[in-house]
Design a binder for this molecule. Sequence first.
Ligand code: NOJ
Length: 673
Amino acid sequence: MHRMKTFITSLAGILIFCFYACESRSLTVQNRVSSPDGEIILTVKTQKGQLYYAAERKGRALVGQSKLGFRFQGMPDLGNNVEITGSESRSFNETWEQPWGERRLVENKYDELILYLQEKIGLRRRFNLVIRVFNDGFGFRYEIPEQTHLDSFKIMNEMTEFVMPEIHNAWWIPAYKDRFYESLFRHTAINQMDTVCTPLTMERTDGSYIAIHEANLTDYAAMNLYCVDSSKLTCDLTPWSSGVKVYGKTPFVTPWRVLIVADKPGDLISSYLILNLNEPCKIPDVSWIKPGKYIGIWWGMHQGFYTWSQGPRHGATTANTKKYIDFAAAHQLDGVLVEGWNRGWDGDWTQNGDSFSFTESYPDFDMEEITRYAKEKNVGMIGHHETGGAVTNYENQLEAAYSLYQRLGVNAVKTGYVNTLLDGKEMHKSQYGVRHYRKVVETAARYHIMVDIHEPVMPTGIQRTYPNLMTQEGVRGQEWDAWSTDGGNPPDHTTIIPFTRGLAGPMDFTPGTFNFSNHLLPQTRVRTTLAKQLALYVVLYSPLQMASDLIENYRNNKAFEFIMMVPVNWEESRVLDARIGDYVITARKDRNSEDWYVGAITDDSPRELTLCLSFLLYDKTYLAQIFKDGNDASWEKNPVDLTYNEIKVNSSDKLTLTLASGGGQAIRFTPAD
Ligand code: NOJ
């Protein structure tokens, strides 16, 4: 009896020990991670096996309890029957240097939590959730390691949610209705939205701002969001034509899901979270990557003066290209874009781009002679590769085309994908498209070629890893002011896009119109003043920045001096004041001098803004060269009225900026001594 008692006691002891051991293990599993400054806290939990996260900032809910997980084809969902089996955490802090960008040195400081998760029954599949919390937001991604019961899979949807604690107002564009992200932004409550693209920028009732996007989209479908139950934003991945969203195989990682939070709209722009969540540079020597300004045989086609295809008005002739090269050389511009130089433009290429050749030029475009001439004049050439969406045709020629370019010294391409679907079947932002764009950037890197992608998938910071990916369209650019039948981009458009599309990465918006008449569509035109065109060079960031007008319109125009002087590579950038949709004042410091540049723009409303010069060095006097709207300027009645003046200023001065309707102001500050 005594032995029996002893046995029972020891069994109980073992069980109690085991219970405590298990309990203490689960107690040590960390499920919370804060930002380095402690203001943002992200918590993960399981409830009846379903995995959730939630986040707060300064003690106030930022994201309510939101689901995580996946839906597969032919396999049970993953994430609704799991337990947290372990965790790892670390703090990270580095400062890295960008070869080009809006600032040279970027701080990458976060606290990280990795949660190890496993299904409680059934296949016992495993996955990890990696979370990084920064002072200005957070990112998380899923990792699916190699394992017995999970090898190849088809993701039918990602269950990720962002439950907003209230019905925020948002600036958004529809995910599927328009093409190529070339939409005007709508401004509504989130429960009034369509399925939308990211970045999705929202305003909270406390006056702060949130933007949701993704980082490092490499072999996955682009994320869209839709709102259910009044304020729950749910992930909607772009499908393949088969209906599958993502074809994957373990080991597998998803892009980062990113939320940026800011007290002022400008702080969204000066967040480097998306770049920080990308991998460091994979190009060992970046000395061949050179940001710059370019002109192009381009606007002439959009305005109907030239044609892309051969004929009496063919734009890309040897003589015309040399004229553009001469102009670039004489005005310190770095490059010339040439469109319509290659075979394939005849017929309806927007329906089928299979006839495009990327190596054969039209007979009136002497490639060898033009590239020789450009080299002699020290001007770079940007070759245009419009694919008409026929990506297989392009991929089949990639190596040949890029090696030809490398031999000729053409160190940049502008690619284009004008067609509703790629290869007649897949969406640009599907995994099919994502894989193609990545292949182009990686192949171009091997041949030392910089890339400017039009009709892209929305940028996600990949330029940190491949800094030859310079700029992309994915925005309703200035070309719409040539042929859009709705009158062109409204004056507030450029006061919205820096805070929405601009958060994703550099934009090839193509500013620089000096002649505002549109002889093809007189009701449609660039709806800005000339001074605002100049200010856009500071407000809209692109490391390859176009001066888009015909060169004839630049000759002998004082305003062109600003385009000649404005840099495209910055030591640092600050949004000094802004109201999304109303106005923006941006200041940037040149990377190669002590000069600062300021661009201020407004929407339709004329306004007076105060510019505090406290960003200048306190002990220096500066010469301010001011390009501003003239007294009679307005986008509608007198866009070209521009005044130039020079004054001496110092850091304690305040300038009053008077902006006309649709107007702007561009200023260069140079140390005077
Ligand atoms: C659309 C692009 O955005 C534009 O820049 C280009 O000129 C045309 N496609 C033709 O490729």
